[in-house]
Write a protein that binds this ligand. Sequence first.
Ligand SMILES: C[S@@+](CC[C@H](N)C(=O)[O-])C[C@H]1O[C@@H](n2cnc3c(N)ncnc32)[C@H](O)[C@@H]1O
Length: 182
Amino acid sequence: MAQHTEAEHRALEKHVRGCKSVVEIGVAEGASAVALQTAMHPEGALYLVDPFHLSRVPMLNFLRRAARSVVSNTRGLRIVWIESFSHDAVRGWSQPIDFLLIDGDHREEAVEQDWRDWSPFVAAQGIVAFHDARLFAGGWTSLDYGPVRFVDRMFRNASCDWSILDEVDSLVVVRRKGRREC
Ligand SMILES: C[S@@+](CC[C@H](N)C(=O)[O-])C[C@H]1O[C@@H](n2cnc3c(N)ncnc32)[C@H](O)[C@@H]1O
């Protein structure tokens, strides 16, 4: 079940195109992971981070099953499932990231932690996409959404080495200009 709009799906495909090292934080049923795997570089690696802890029946975990059934190793792509919270998964992380989607824990402080933990690994000209991060006509977000608050605080009216590249429905896509931290 998609938790994003068709326009967001197309925007994810557009911005991930050609990327080789792709990380998604917050996979759920895998709908956005499908957009990423469809359009990223065919010889790349897609890292999917989600503890799948929200299942009402942990033994069956339909969320994890759904994700695993829609995301598959197609076109030679390497799919790496990391069944952990993002703040645990980052501890063993060491490689550069071309495209990062932050769509896990939506509390403002958790979005900020994902940003601080993972963005240092994003390469120059690399991309970070935040879901549920802006208001749009007929949409579900509000000004008190954690991702909305974080993105507004961090990227609007702030001078740093990241700039907003695109905004589609609730999706905000930022790109690293150089190597300096924000
Ligand atoms: C909004 S859903 C993701 C939707 C998905 N990206 C899509 O568009 O289809 C949020 C997911 O984040 C996961 N999650 C929550 N906290 C997390 C964390 N700290 N690290 C990784 N995943 C987390 C939840 O288990 C849930 O599956």
